[in-house]
Ligand binder design. Structure first.
Ligand SMILES: [Zn+2]
Length: 109
């Protein structure tokens, strides 16, 4: 599973930075266009965190909306999927948000 590998690498990264200090909570930002399913990450988290500094930590996930900007008319709009098409008919659209996959904060004990 895609999300298991992602969750494991997040847990590894956090544990490396914390150098073994136990954490109470972890907040991740997973954009709606990132292709990562937050529920699957939640499901994998306890397993990935088991035996690490993140064991028993709370996982919070924020899900920023997809955002795009049209290069033809400079209109900015919300994007629900990766099919980027502006209302003006142009498909020359730059995705400006929603593809994030990052660690937002870690609360240490
Ligand atoms: Zn446009």
């Amino acid at each position: 599973m895609h999300e298991m590998a992602i969750t494991q690498s997040v847990v590894e990264t956090v544990c490396e930075r914390l150098e073994g200090a136990p954490a109470r909570a972890l907040t991740l930002e997973i954009g709606r266009l990132s292709g990562v399913v937050p529920d699957a990450v939640r499901f994998c988290f306890d397993m990935a965190a088991d035996g690490t500094a993140l064991a028993g930590a709370r996982l919070d996930i924020t899900e920023p909306d997809g955002r795009a900007r049209c290069r033809a008319c400079t209109n900015e709009f919300r994007l629900d999927d990766l099919i980027a098409l502006c209302g003006c008919g142009s498909a020359d659209v730059e995705i400006t948000g929603g593809q994030e996959l990052r660690i937002r904060s870690v609360e240490v004990l």
